[in-house]
Design a protein around this ligand. Structure first.
Ligand code: ADP
Length: 496
């Protein structure tokens, strides 16, 4: 058998086990590479961006609270109620909350640059340094077009990085005061070092874990496939009792089930082929033995006796016919199944064709006492391959004659329907068992109780099936045990 070749080729490829393991390890390494790049190399950038964002956001929200209080104040003035204390409290709250939560130094100054409110957090800060830098910053705000400054600078003494943001409070042209915000950018090297150590340990542990898990996984995935492959190799050697074990996961089970199904089919074909060879060789040997025996008889005994000689010659001729029938059937089927044969459709009347076939059976029925009843319907013109359809009808009637009951009755019917012409062939024989019905259209299938007087090759119905499939016609059989069978097919190419 051929498949051995494929095994050889598969061997030179990378095994599934290794592929699964490799992908898993690559995935783990890639994940860690990504974590390392982000945590170690971009950590500082992320941190700085976060500080910039929080400083800007805080400045905005404090300025917003101030302006909302400012509006309320005007309104309250009109009502002659002063709410200065309330406004201060609101502002105080937001300044303290923001300072605490965002770790920022905040200062609110009046329009002359005098301190009104301040929140100082731990660490160095430029805006709370008594060194004249505040005035310089306020100047900067006054000079800025939009009244806002956003600076990144170094602390004059320690040299650490700072973000200093400032804006006007109240109107742009005549501000009520100023807001200054100071965010320290803490050096992150120490933090990065700690993360690096942690990551290193985690990476080592996880890579080892990934290694072990992937090995286990790879084994789990490939084990059923290995098992199934081993069984398939046994099957390839011709053992049709091989069991396929697909435990493990759904795909393996499906593969095992499919192979079990294929095994069953293969075994069926194998048995059928064996049966065919047995049947065919039996059918070939019997007429050949007869041919030889009668030829010898003519040579040695009846050569001079015209009556005997003719009798023997008749037997030789009928045995030759039997041989020709068998060989023809085999040839026909192999031609049909090779797909080389094309249909040659023509238009003809189906009633006329059926009557013509009936006439051909007349001689046989008269000789052997068979009665073939034909019930025609109105003539219909059909469009199909007349020679092949004739063979279908012929094979069905032949079978009906062969398998009909002792009363030797066969019924052929033409039934016109809207969707086509149905041709039925009924006999009064033993019928066909339910489980055999599926098999009879298979190649080489012959019933076990096949008798010599029933001339057949086990190919007749296979030819019927091949022809009807080529035409795409529906066909089937209804059978009742002990009562008989009705084979039918429907010619759907009917001229309206
Ligand atoms: P065969 O040459 O054996 O008749 P077929 O392919 O024509 O081969 O038929 C296959 C088998 O189907 C037969 O061996 C027989 O068992 C069954 N069969 C076919 N036609 C009939 C029928 N009219 N009644 C009962 N059994 C039938």
């Amino acid at each position: 058998m051929k498949p051995i070749k494929h095994f050889k080729r598969a061997e030179s490829r990378i095994p599934l086990k290794f592929t699964v393991w490799l992908y898993f390890v690559i995935f783990t390494v890639a994940v860690f590479a990504l974590i390392w790049v982000f945590q170690i190399f971009f950590f500082e950038k992320f941190y700085e961006r976060m500080r910039i964002h929080s400083a800007a956001k805080s400045m905005e929200s404090i300025a917003e609270v101030y302006s909302s209080c400012d509006k309320e104040k005007h309104y309250d003035n009109a009502m002659k109620i002063t709410s200065d204390d309330e406004m201060k409290e609101k502002l105080y709250n937001i300044v303290y909350e923001t300072g605490d939560s965002e770790d920022l130094c905040v200062e609110i100054l009046d329009k002359y640059g005098r301190e009104v409110m301040k929140k100082h957090v731990m660490g160095e800060c430029i805006i709370h340094d008594k060194g004249g830098s505040v005035l310089w910053l306020l100047n900067g705000i006054d000079e800025a077009d939009d009244g806002i400054i956003k600076l990144k600078m170094k602390h004059p003494r320690s040299g650490s990085d700072m973000l200093v943001y400032g804006c006007k409070l109240g109107s742009m042209s005549e501000p009520d005061g100023y807001l200054l915000i100071n965010a320290t950018i803490v050096p992150v090297e120490a933090t990065v070092m700690i993360i690096k150590r942690q990551l290193m340990t985690i990476t080592v542990i996880l890579i080892i874990l990934a290694f072990i898990i992937s090995l286990y996984l790879a084994k789990r995935i490939s084990a059923p496939i290995d098992r199934i492959t081993k069984s398939a190799e046994i099957l390839a050697k011709g053992d049709f009792n091989t069991k396929f074990d697909g435990r493990g996961y759904l795909e393996a089970k499906k593969l095992a089930d499919t192979l079990t199904y294929a095994e069953k089919e293969l075994s069926k074909v194998d048995t059928m082929q064996r049966d065919l060879i047995a049947n065919v060789s039996h059918d070939l040997r019997t007429p050949l033995t007869m041919l030889k025996a009668y030829a010898e008889m003519i040579r040695d005994l009846s050569g001079d006796n015209p009556v005997k000689r003719n009798e023997h010659l008749e037997i030789i001729i009928s045995e030759t016919d039997r041989l020709a029938l068998l060989v023809n059937d085999m040839l026909d089927l192999s031609k049909l199944e090779s797909g080389k044969q094309k249909l040659n459709p023509t238009e003809f009347g189906i009633s006329a064709k059926l009557s013509e076939i009936m006439d051909r059976f007349k001689g046989l029925s008269e000789k052997n006492g068979y009665q073939i009843h034909f019930t025609p319907d109105e003539e219909r013109t059909v469009y199909c391959d007349s020679i092949k359809i004739e063979q279908v009808i012929y094979n069905l009637i032949n079978n009906a004659i062969n398998y009909t009951g002792k009363d030797k009755q066969v019924f052929v019917r033409q039934i016109n329907t809207d969707s086509g012409v149905i041709v039925e062939v009924e006999d009064t024989g033993d019928g066909i068992e339910e489980d055999k019905i599926k098999l009879i259209f298979d190649k080489y299938y012959r019933s076990e109780n096949h008798k010599r007087e029933v001339v057949g090759t086990g190919l007749g119905l296979s030819i019927v099936k091949a022809v009807l499939k080529m035409h795409n016609y529906d066909y089937g059989v209804r059978s009742t045990l002990g009562k008989g069978s009705t084979f039918w097919f429907k010619i759907s190419d009917v001229k309206k």
